[in-house]
Structures are given as structure tokens and as C-alpha cells.
Design a protein around this ligand. Structure first.
Ligand SMILES: [Zn+2]
Length: 90
């Protein structure tokens, strides 16, 4: 059985670049905000639960404001299934 990582976003903040709108506010063809990619929010905290090791300590992973999670000391040969929240920006 493949190792599974379950990602949960536990905290967000309003994107300061677009004020939470997700775009540049143009009346016609507004452009998606580059910083939050149209979501209006940035990820500020993430929880990772590992099917092998349980809930990972914060030092075992890193993440960015777009919600991409990076494992520290990750063996690239290992098969890992990453499970994101169904509605990740819930
Ligand atoms: Zn934005």
C-alpha cells in the first residue's frame, strides 16, 4: 500500500496584492492576481498527516502561500500519494 500524505490547510490570510478579489479589478476582462492565482487568499498554515508516521511535525515539511507542500528528507524513490482537501480553498 502506498504511503499517503493528507494535506489540510488550516489557516489563510487575505491576499494583500488584490485585497482578496482574486483579480486586478478591471471592469472588462479582469486578470487573475499573480500572487494568489485568482483565489484571493494565501495559505499561512498547513497540517500534514502521514499514513506511516502520523501527524508530521512542522519541521518535517515546508509549504508556500499557494498551498504547495514540500517534504524535508523525502526519498524520491518512495511512492507517495498526496491527498488534498476536496475543496482546498474551502
Ligand atoms: Zn491576489
Amino acid at each position: 500500500m502506498a504511503r499517503k500524505l493528507i494535506i489540510r490547510y488550516t489557516s489563510f490570510r487575505e491576499c494583500p496584492n488584490c485585497g482578496g478579489r482574486g483579480d486586478d479589478g478591471a471592469a472588462w476582462r479582469p486578470l487573475s492576481c499573480k500572487r494568489c492565482e485568482g483565489r484571493g487568499r494565501l495559505v499561512t498554515d498547513v497540517e500534514v498527516e502521514d499514513s506511516v508516521r502520523g501527524k508530521l511535525p512542522r519541521s518535517a515539511y515546508d509549504f508556500n502561500t499557494k498551498g504547495e507542500v514540500f517534504l524535508v528528507d523525502f526519498d524520491e524513490d518512495e511512492e507517495i500519494e498526496v491527498i488534498l482537501p476536496g475543496d482546498r480553498w474551502g
